[in-house]
Design a protein around this ligand. Structure first.
Ligand SMILES: Cc1ncc(COP(=O)(O)O)c(C=O)c1O
Length: 352
């Protein structure tokens, strides 16, 4: 069983020793006063009157509200400029450039590899099996003393399936680095979150995002959930004002309107069922992979050509044909009813 002290040992020595940047807003946390500490424009801003001030660096109000929604404590939450920032900050915190290694499980979300390569890390790829589940035997065989992090994505992008609970659990039991479970699409899934396992595994980090079911991709906000001592270190490493005040304001508003999110999730799932039924009727469609997300991975004849012809009709989907294990596969985001209808009509003009 891993202890938090063991996890803290994984932090890069330079980060352990780092005295983080102390911002003006870190030093005085009150909301009332005459603020002459941060060289802001005291006369206001040409747009929203509140944006002349720097935002709360630790997003206190947002975390308080989010903690109540997720049933955890605010100090278990890191907020970033999208999950992409959380991924980047995790790598910067735990992985030594030019030396350490991360394991990714393709086909999966592309940023794990890109972010790792930006940090000059070795990227070990262990392909998912034919049911798009992690090959635990290979993972256990292949990690070594330089392996700092493993990325699971559940539900997985681009395949759409949840990763088997027990398989991730085995890795959590045996691997003594950081285990990241990216749950960007969890709100669409028939499964509970790995957040509930944080109390058992101090080396587990769960990622979620406001970009998908919450409908807030444009304001850039991602969540990482982990042991409070890990969160403290991530906060040391991040840019001081990484979540803008506009974003924080919108997040609070959004969290007060969860009914919309629930509605959109239900609509998406309903449309997904409908789209699956209709896609199955095309002879060219070979496999529609089971999806717990808001998209479908579809294997079909001549996927490249179908993709191109859809673009000519101004319908843009994602061609995943050249991704490992996704030969001839297209990834289709579930749209609104009229968008899905337009897609199906266009397909009926292109394929049988
Ligand atoms: C699995 C997964 N993780 C993370 C992200 C990025 O999310 P964000 O918009 O929060 O950076 C995506 C976006 O497509 C994704 O598919």
């Amino acid at each position: 069983m891993m202890k938090i002290e063991d996890v803290l040992e994984l932090v890069r020595p330079n980060i352990k020793q780092l005295t983080p940047y102390s911002s003006a807003r870190d030093e005085y946390k009150g909301e009332v006063g005459i603020f002459l500490d941060a060289n802001e424009n005291s006369f206001g801003s040409p747009i929203d009157p509140c944006v002349n001030r720097y935002p709360d660096p630790l997003q206190t109000q947002v975390k308080k509200k989010l903690a109540s929604i997720k049933n955890i404590y605010p100090d278990q939450i890191f907020l970033g400029n999208g999950s992409d920032e959380s991924i980047d900050v995790l790598l910067r915190t735990f992985c030594k450039p030019g030396q350490d290694e991360v394991i990714i499980l393709p086909p999966t979300y592309g940023m794990y590899e890109v972010a790792a390569k930006i940090h000059e890390l070795q990227v070990k790829k262990i392909l998912l099996d034919d049911t798009f589940q992690p090959d635990v035997t290979e993972i256990l065989n292949q990690f070594n003393s330089n392996t700092r992090m493993i990325f699971f994505c559940s539900p997985n992008n681009p395949t759409g399936n949840l990763m088997d609970y027990d398989r991730i659990k085995i890795v959590l039991e045996k691997f003594k680095g950081i285990v990241v479970v990216d749950e960007a699409y969890i709100d669409y899934a028939k499964s509970s979150s790995w957040i509930q396992e944080l109390k058992n595994y101090p080396h587990l980090v769960v990622l979620q995002t406001f970009s998908k079911a919450w409908g807030l991709a444009g304001i850039r906000a991602g969540m990482a959930f982990a042991h409070p001592q890990i969160i403290t270190i991530l906060n040391k490493v991040k840019m001081p004002y990484n979540v803008s005040s506009i974003t924080q304001k919108y997040l609070l508003e959004a969290m007060n309107n969860q009914a919309f999110v629930e509605f959109a999730i239900q609509q998406t799932i309903q449309e997904k069922t409908h789209l699956i039924q209709r896609l199955q009727q095309f002879k060219s469609v070979k496999t529609i992979y089971p999806s717990d997300a808001n998209f479908l991975l579809v294997k079909m004849n001549q996927a490249d050509e179908v993709y191109q012809q859809l673009i000519e009709k101004k319908i843009i989907i994602r061609n995943r044909s050249r991704v490992e294990k996704c030969n001839n596969c297209l990834r289709i985001t579930i749209g609104k009813p009229h968008e899905n209808k337009a897609l199906l009509e266009a397909l009926s003009q292109i394929i049988n």
